[in-house]
Design a protein around this ligand. Structure first.
Ligand code: CTP
Ligand code: ZN
Length: 154
């Protein structure tokens, strides 16, 4: 769509996180640690029309993602597609996937949980349901839902 091309330019190298549920682009930037100057050009569009309704898009130039970061994106934006761009071409397209087992990515909201004690151990969760997203702490069995998960990504 010409209208969209005018809104955000194509990038030469980097990643395009597409099909982010509307309104969550800023959360995606936050979990990737993009809050201050990170030395790469970042562009974002919120509330753009797509084949499947409204979406947000984030483009980060000259940056690549680790497996852990893909898992974090899946927890915040389960519908997202991560496109790897090289020399203007999409060379890889990942549909992110909510992991079955979440280790060291989300902090348990139960202050009494063993993972929040003075000598903390790495938090671990199992995915109970993907839609709606519900995860359960391996240690205290607390369930956490999408909104809480987003706020507690480490
Ligand atoms: N894109 C970009 N810069 C490029 C190439 C692509 O910013 N050099 C963006 C496109 O604007 C789009 C996303 O990356 O938002 C995916 O590109 P592409 O696979 O070509 O688009 P679609 O086929 O529409 O993707 P999908 O089927 O995943 O919706
Ligand atoms: Zn816990």
């Amino acid at each position: 769509m010409t209208e969209q091309i005018l809104k955000v330019q194509k990038i030469k190298n980097g990643i395009v996180i597409d099909h982010i549920p509307c309104g969550l682009a800023l959360k995606v930037l936050k979990i990737l640690g993009i809050e201050r100057d990170i030395g790469s050009t970042v562009s974002m569009v919120m509330h753009v029309k797509s084949k499947y309704g409204w979406k947000d898009i984030v483009k980060i130039e000259d940056r690549f993602l680790e497996e852990k970061e893909l898992d974090k994106i899946a927890l915040v934006a389960p519908t997202a597609t991560v496109n790897i761009i090289q020399n203007y071409k999409v060379v890889k397209k990942h549909r992110v996937k909510v992991p079955e087992h979440i280790i060291g990515i989300v902090k348990c909201t139960n202050p009494k949980c063993i993972t929040n004690q003075r000598e903390p151990i790495t938090p671990e969760f199992y995915t109970v349901s993907k839609d709606p997203l519900i995860i359960k702490c391996r240690y205290c069995e607390r369930d956490m839902e999408a909104d809480e998960i987003i706020e507690n990504i480490i």
